[in-house]
Design a protein around this ligand. Sequence first.
Ligand code: NAD
Length: 289
Amino acid sequence: MEKRITGRTGMFCLIGTPVGHSGSPAMYNYSFAQTGLDYAYLAYDVPLEKTEEAVNALKVLGCKGFNVTMPCKTRVAELVDELSDAAKLIGACNTVVVKDGKLYGNNTDGMGFVRNLKENGVDVKGKKITVMGAGGAATAIQVQCALDGAKKLSIFNRKDEFYANGEKTVKKIQQMVPDCEVSIHPLEETDALYAAIKDSDILVNATKVGMKPLDDQSLVEDVSVFHPDLVVADAVYNPKETKFVQSAKAAGCKVAVGGTGMLMWQGAAAFNLFTGKDMPTKEVYELFF
Ligand code: NAD
């Protein structure tokens, strides 16, 4: 690293808090070196109330692009000059490209989800999809699936503070992607959930259930609803294989994937937006995931 960084090295970074545990600096710096790019990537701890100051400082310092994590994602979406369709619908940015002093905001979480399914031989176009969740990850997945041509989206969330966000997502998708049939239902209505799963091609968990400390739980208790053609995907990546994914595999679902692929592919999508090049994903996956 000390030999690679020069007076001309371009800067990328992550902002948000906490960021100390982030794997992004290792992943991006490795990828810059592997693709022969004279760039470096750091993580900056930025609280919500300092977001605007931090973004202005990054502009002044000639930062070429940055990733955004919680709690700054929504605030950054308000600060950029232009938003991608996905970022506009989600109302949050996780990737900003700086070009000629202008900020271009994107959201690559949903792109990572769709790409991960593609790598597993599954296209969301024309599919009926049930998504459990209405928080950040779920919204990104729902929006990208709608933009990428999903035929029907059935959203289920428990009646907590996220339910209203799910209702907003339904309205936004209805306005911007009218060809996608979208609805939201309470997760507590188990019969409706199971009926939707039986009628779906793809079932997604994008809640915190399955993630530590809820790692002994799955939102689908009756495993008889996992039909063999059902594609099952979890956003949760800690643990790598959740109880939800394990029980889908045990029930015979041919494709059942955890959240690590989504995580890597959202980073790969950001790398491509930053540099115009492909991230060396095979090596990155082996080394960092
Ligand atoms: P969030 O706080 O924005 O949303 C939390 C969601 O979980 C809401 O829908 C909430 O209703 C639901 N929930 C929480 N506890 C529940 C319970 N006991 N029963 C039913 N529903 C419950 O969180 P988020 O950022 O959307 O993250 C959700 C999960 O997705 C986390 O495990 C996170 O690590 C993961 N995630 C993965 C990726 C990836 O790239 N793979 C990206 C973002 C988030």
